[in-house]
Design a protein around this ligand. Structure first.
Ligand code: ATP
Ligand code: MG
Ligand code: FE
Length: 369
């Protein structure tokens, strides 16, 4: 199964055989967005056009296969940036027509979970700090636990999902109602003059700061926001990070108004603690209240050292088994798309044909189009 990913700023092509990872090649246009302090959709789309063919060739080369060996193709059809998705979808359709191989249009968010099904650890996919949390065994036998929670935290998403079947039963338990966590990191880093992307910079600086020096608000934790999913407005397991970002801005202003040095490391530490505290407490609550005993952590922010640490601690106190795929498989990549495509084909799901369109707001409940 050949998987193609182009929903944001990563052009990814991955190849899997069943649940075995053969190759995973990613080209990122991140460097081109740095001077703008965020992903510029038009630049991302053009970069996908430039990167697609070389990325495909490299993935085939590393897997030691040719296009003739590929049995089926999977592509991210949403959610994501419309123009960026379009490039991957057009490329996938062209490949499907040219090679006469079936095509699966799949959901990017569910693919972040599907990657947890790959066996073992392929070469080059283990990231720093993954070893301790990595013995997940999720991929063993290519089966997910009966009832799996998935905490996806990235630049575009902050979501807690419940997966009863990776091919046809995915439910959203909670999500951010404004900024994604990674977006909050990027905005706060900009405010503190730490550059883009902000996540790694804040993570590093926070280690030197005093986390107790300042206490920032934890959004949506007051009892009135802890209602059931049936009610309108924020739900029990939803997050909000825009108030936190404003609180950091006010804090910086106050130091400046007093003519004092801004304690950047302390602010970074306190901000990070606020984000990580509320993410992990709600995710663990969602698992506990729904009888979920396995949780998978994914998305680019899964690289965060404090998020890994606190999720690990809170899961272990709550009797939840935490699964963290290698870092290279947590950020956007083609292997995760191939991994989910592979599950769909093994479950006997019909291919999508070539008349589907990319959907920038594809709901997470739609696993494949
Ligand atoms: P999508 O939301 O569609 O998956 P994305 O490209 O926005 O796409 P990723 O590539 O998965 O998301 O992750 C990028 C985000 O992760 C950025 O916001 C970045 O700041 C954040 N990030 C990366 N490393 C860390 C870290 N160590 N701590 C906190 N945040 C991090
Ligand atoms: Mg990215
Ligand atoms: Fe993603």
């Amino acid at each position: 199964m050949l998987g193609i990913e182009s929903s944001c700023d990563e052009t990814g092509v991955g190849i899997v055989r069943g649940t075995t990872l053969l190759s995973n090649t990613v080209s990122s246009s991140m460097d081109e967005h740095v001077r703008f302090g965020g992903v510029i959709p038009e630049i991302a789309s053009r970069a996908h056009l430039d990167a697609f063919v070389p990325t495909l060739q490299q993935a085939l080369h590393e897997a030691r296969v040719t296009l003739e060996d590929i049995d089926a193709i999977a592509v991210t059809s949403g959610p994501g940036l419309a123009g960026a998705l379009m490039v991957g979808v057009c490329a996938a359709k062209a490949l499907s027509v040219a090679t006469d191989k079936p095509l699966y249009a799949i959901n990017h968010l569910v693919a972040h979970v599907g990657v947890g099904l790959l066996d073992g650890r392929a070469e080059g996919t283990s990231g720093p700090g993954t070893a301790d949390l990595n013995a997940s065994g999720l991929g063993a036998g290519g089966r997910l636990p009966e009832d799996l929670g998935a905490l996806l935290v990235s630049g575009g998403h902050t979501e807690i999902l419940r997966i009863r079947s990776i091919t046809d039963d995915v439910e959203m338990l909670g999500s951010t109602i404004d900024d994604a966590a990674g977006e909050a990191y990027d905005k706060v880093a900009r405010l503190l003059g730490l550059g883009y992307p902000g996540g790694p910079a804040i993570d590093k600086l926070a280690k030197q700061g005093n986390v107790k020096a300042i206490r920032f608000p934890r959004g949506l934790t007051q009892p009135k926001y802890m209602g059931s999913v049936e009610q309108p407005g924020p739900h029990r397991y939803d997050w909000s990070f825009s108030g936190l970002k404003t609180a950091v801005a006010r804090c910086v202003e106050q130091f400046e108004a007093r003519g004092e040095d801004v304690p950047v490391a302390d602010i970074a530490a306190a901000f990070q603690e606020a984000v990580v505290d509320v993410i992990t407490s709600k995710a663990v609550l969602a698992c506990k209240e729904n009888g979920i005993t396995d949780l998978l952590l994914g998305g680019g922010v899964a690289a965060n050292s404090r998020l890994r640490e606190l999720t690990g601690q809170r899961c272990s106190s709550a009797g939840i088994t935490l699964h963290v795929p290698p870092l290279a498989l947590c950020t956007d990549n083609g292997a995760m798309v191939a991994a989910l495509g592979s599950q769909l084909i093994m479950a006997g799901v019909e291919p999508s044909g070539i008349s589907f369109a990319p959907d920038s707001s594809l709901p997470v409940t739609t696993v494949s189009v």
